[in-house]
Design a binder for this molecule. Structure first.
Ligand SMILES: O=P(O)(O)OC[C@H](O)CO
Length: 196
């Protein structure tokens, strides 16, 4: 744990917002699947809840920095909250057959992999989200938000292409930033071996 982060209490507003984001995920997934994904008010409500919950990602980080309430717990929990929400949405969309399972599987393997990596090195250091990781989460959030609102039913099937393009960008960024973390992990393990 870093010394500065160790002095700040974990009981603070930014961490509370992050925990609320995690707790909202099961409700969101239930709302998405309850009507079988049909174009009903519940589907729109699920999309709205996802957008509000994922938007707080920037808010908790901003509050933490502006109030000097950055904690190691927050650095660890924040990416987990994002992954619970985005992962839940991707699994939900695949269950509804609106997104191929292989896309969801590759993204989940990357997201779970980096989380395991974060916990594996926890005794040495906390690995915060990289710039690339933040950009990837933004791209995923946009792609998933667009996929959750049944835009093709509203505006026509050309909107399917908007979904394919935005999800492809999110997918590529997910894989590229995942490889970047793998390189980091490899460098860390080499540094550890040469220090031993
Ligand atoms: O790619 P990660 O695991 O660093 O996650 C990035 C975070 O979700 C950004 O808030």
């Amino acid at each position: 744990m870093t010394e500065a982060a160790a002095r700040v209490s974990n009981w603070n507003l930014p961490n509370a917002i992050t925990v609320i984001r995690i707790l909202l995920a099961p409700l969101f997934i239930w709302m998405l699947l309850a009507d079988g994904g049909a174009d009903t008010p519940l589907r729109y409500a699920a999309a709205a809840l996802f957008i509000v919950a994922i938007a707080t990602d920037g808010i908790d980080g901003h509050i933490a920095r502006s109030r000097n309430q950055v904690t190691d717990l927050g650095k660890l929990l924040d990416p987990i909250a994002d992954k619970v929400l985005t992962g839940g949405a991707l699994v939900g969309l695949s269950i509804l057959t609106e997104l191929p399972w292989w896309v969801t599987a590759v993204i989940l393997v990357r997201e779970i992999g980096i989380t395991v990596f974060r916990f594996a090195v926890l005794s040495d250091r906390v690995i915060p989200a990289s710039r690339g990781g933040k950009l990837k989460t933004l791209a995923q959030s946009i792609a998933i938000s667009l996929a959750l609102v049944p835009f093709p039913a509203l505006f026509g099937s050309w909107f399917d292409w908007v979904n394919i393009v935005t999800m492809s960008i999110a997918f590529i960024l997910t894989v590229v930033t995942g490889i970047d973390y793998l390189v980091q992990a490899w460098r860390l393990s080499r540094a550890g071996k040469s220090a031993a």
